[in-house]
Write a protein that binds this ligand. Structure first.
Ligand SMILES: C[S@@+](CC[C@H](N)C(=O)[O-])C[C@H]1O[C@@H](n2cnc3c(N)ncnc32)[C@H](O)[C@@H]1O
Length: 370
């Protein structure tokens, strides 16, 4: 068991010794009296404010919660926060506090510093190998769950392309216990994080499979035409767009940037989705606000029906939901014809780009042949 901070010399020289809870100088902590977590909280708030961090108070609180063992493994508070603040800090806890405060002061996002972040009902492990799951994506999952065809399929087949931490795949699997979920990513590092989250998910993990590869190439061919829900939060930032330093310097580029205007991955997923969705299956995509109208036009031109936009909590367009026509509908034949046209156009474009480039043509053929 870790010793109380007051029992050793570990706290000697610690900045906390010179602070009262409001962060002003106090003349030090009397020897042998112990230092409560509340004093460390005040120190962290003070240092974060001095460094100009926007969310100084909440970042400090989250760090104190983490190092003070405030939550149980299910993420529930183990006791009132105020009473935790009166408890004496442990030596091990203070060492972790020092490391985390230093990392946060160096600009690292608080989510990576903590090593976990909540997403809908989940508490996910996150580090620099994956995008930090965003609240906007929680809304996108909400929209997807509303369309999940629970009435038609006993065990809906769901695909989460570009799963990162596994946030979307694990949420769907957790919240709809009948689903079978495939989660893919091109990044083996991201999949390692998703695998760790699966390991922590208990029995739900038995219904989630991970696969590595470039978008649909990761999926086994026998899923073609069988997917009930295809959901993706692909990279959608343009190459020239400016991003906050906390994003550019810390989050993986491959999770953010997608071609000159950010729509490369979105277009790829929309164009190939008809081959993988079952009749009546649903496509759900997250994207940036200005991309929503052009992508709605694209899914309509591809033959999708029942197209809705997803609006996030800030009132901004954040994505789209669209159904592939049901087999017995008038739109079905039209949809199939449009998808063929899209395929032909794409193959022609691939041929133009890759003229004389055998490797590119072979890759395009591989994609189309699945
Ligand atoms: C914006 S992040 C989304 C992560 C996670 N789904 C979420 O919502 O938090 C995009 C993810 O797509 C993955 N990705 C990028 N290019 C890909 C490709 N060509 N094929 C599959 N996944 C890709 C990235 O590695 C990253 O994990």
């Amino acid at each position: 068991m870790a010793a109380e901070a007051s029992n050793g010399e570990e706290l000697n020289g610690h900045e906390v010794n010179g602070l009262t809870p409001d962060g002003t100088a106090s003349g030090g902590t009397p020897e042998g009296e112990g230092v409560p977590w509340g004093t460390f909280l005040a120190e962290a708030v003070h240092r974060f404010e001095r460094a100009g961090l926007e969310a100084a108070a909440s970042d400090a609180r989250r760090i104190i919660e983490e190092v003070g063992g405030y939550r149980d493994p299910d993420g529930r508070a183990s006791r009132p926060f105020e009473s935790m603040l009166e408890e004496l800090a442990t030596v091990r806890g203070v060492a972790a506090f020092d490391t985390m405060v230093a990392r946060r002061l160096a600009g690292e996002p608080v989510q990576y510093v903590l090593g976990n972040w909540s997403f809908r009902t989940l508490d996910l492990f996150v580090d620099r190998r994956v995008l930090i799951p965003r609240p906007e994506t929680e809304q996108v999952v909400e929209a997807a769950l509303k369309r999940l065809p629970q009435d038609r399929a006993a065990a809906p087949l769901v695909v989460d392309l570009g799963t990162g931490s596994g946030a979307i795949a694990l949420s769907v699997a957790t919240e709809v216990p009948t689903t079978q979920v495939w989660a893919t990513d091109v990044s083996s590092e991201a999949l390692a994080v998703a695998r760790a989250n699966l390991a922590g998910a208990g029995r739900v993990a038995a219904r989630v499979r991970l696969a590595e590869g470039d978008w649909f190439d990761a999926l086994p061919a026998d899923l073609r035409g069988r997917v009930d829900l295809l959901i993706a939060n692909p990279p959608y930032i343009g190459e020239q767009e400016e991003l906050p330093a906390s994003v550019v310097e810390w989050e993986p580029t491959g999770a953010l940037i997608s071609g000159p205007d950010g729509t490369e991955a979105l277009v790829r997923v929309i164009d190939e989705a008809p081959h993988w969705l079952t009749a009546g299956g649903t496509l759900v995509l997250e994207m940036a606000s200005p991309q929503v109208d052009p992508m709605i036009e694209r899914v309509a031109a591809t033959g999708f029906v029942a197209i809705d936009r997803i609006v996030d909590l800030a009132g901004l367009d954040r994505g789209l939901v669209a159904d592939w026509p049901r087999a017995d509908s008038a739109e079905a034949a039209e949809g199939a014809a449009k998808a063929d046209t899209v395929d032909r156009d794409r193959n022609a474009a691939d041929a133009d780009v890759g003229d004389g480039d055998d490797a590119a043509n072979a890759e395009a053929g591989h994609r189309d042949g699945r």
